[in-house]
Design a protein around this ligand. Structure first.
Ligand code: HEM
Length: 272
């Protein structure tokens, strides 16, 4: 990347990742930026400004970043147009300006399969803009990189380790709440209040208790898996309580596993 006349990089950083299933490319750019300047990042098929597409960031009157797409038809000011149809974005471009470090961060996700822009080469440029950032003029620094094999690095976008763990935490909680909080109490209430429907109450009761127990086992399994990834203060207490409750649940179903159906019926209804 080129250096600006004052020694700063025209662009400090650009990170891109292509999702291996959707093919969408997520990009995060960072560049030094001050009022009355623009920072542009572009895509070109043949490796030239003419015919390329750029994402240009300026600062508005209140200092907020303004990001716009441009079609750079040719290397002439009259041939540089704002055109937001060049890139198929999956959602609006996000931008954040850090006034202390005078750095702008721009993030967006593009579906290049349906975009007019062809990303064989990545273009970088920086130049003067009007005070309100609405118009740009000829750059004082520009450069270009070829993408190796015209491919962005491929990976999984949007399923970070943190989001996977978050899903596991939710699954662990949901399984436990449903097992302990819904199925077991319903099973217990059937045994307590529905005995007049003999012997149906008993089969309904054990169905709820066994299904609840299966939910609890699944919840414990996700909990054990999660415990390997966490070292949160207070987790030891949570684990201890969980194991204690799980032991109670095992003790509760043990008699059902050991007794024959006949004795089970008698065990649950001593009057028969
Ligand atoms: C503001 C309007 C713009 C004007 C008038 C302009 C004009 C020019 C001119 C005259 C050149 C040739 C320079 C030389 O050969 O030394 C050039 C090259 C270049 N421009 Fe621009 N440009 C503009 C905007 C942009 C934007 C927004 C980008 C986005 C990144 C960009 C990226 C480049 C690059 C990478 C080159 C070198 C590659 C090439 O010569 O095709 N330009 N530009």
């Amino acid at each position: 990347m080129n250096l600006l006349p004052d020694g700063r990089f025209a662009w400090c950083d650009e990170q891109a990742l292509k999702d291996n299933t959707t093919g969408f490319v997520s990009m995060v750019l960072a560049a030094p930026l001050v009022t009355s300047e623009w920072a542009g990042f572009g895509f070109s098929g043949p490796g030239q400004m003419a015919g390329s597409t750029a994402v240009v960031t300026t600062l508005g009157v209140t200092g907020e970043p303004v990001v716009q797409q441009y079609f750079l038809k040719d290397q002439d000011l009259n041939q540089v147009f704002k055109d937001d149809t060049r890139l198929t974005l999956t959602q609006a471009i996000e931008a954040f300006y850090n006034a202390t470090s005078k750095t702008v961060y721009v993030g967006f996700q593009v579906n290049f399969a349906t975009s007019k822009a062809i990303p064989n080469y990545l273009l970088y440029a920086q130049g003067p803009a009007s005070g309100d950032g609405s118009t740009i003029s000829y750059h004082r620094a520009q450069s270009m990189d070829k993408l190796s094999n015209s491919q962005f690095p491929i990976g999984v976008v949007g399923q970070s380790e943190a989001s996977k763990l978050d899903k596991q935490v939710k699954a662990h909680g949901a399984l436990q709440v449903f097992g302990w909080g819904v199925l077991l109490p319903i099973g217990a209430m059937v045994a307590r209040y529905a005995r007049e429907y003999d012997p149906a109450w008993f089969y309904i009761h054990i169905t709820f208790q066994i299904t609840g127990f299966i939910f609890i086992i699944a919840g414990v399994a996700t909990g054990v898996n999660l415990a390997k990834s966490f070292s949160t203060p207070g987790l030891t207490g949570h684990k201890g309580l969980g194991i204690f409750l799980f032991t109670l649940a095992i003790l509760q179903v043990c008699p059902y596993a050991l007794l024959t159906p006949k004795t089970l019926m008698q065990f649950n209804n001593p009057l028969t």
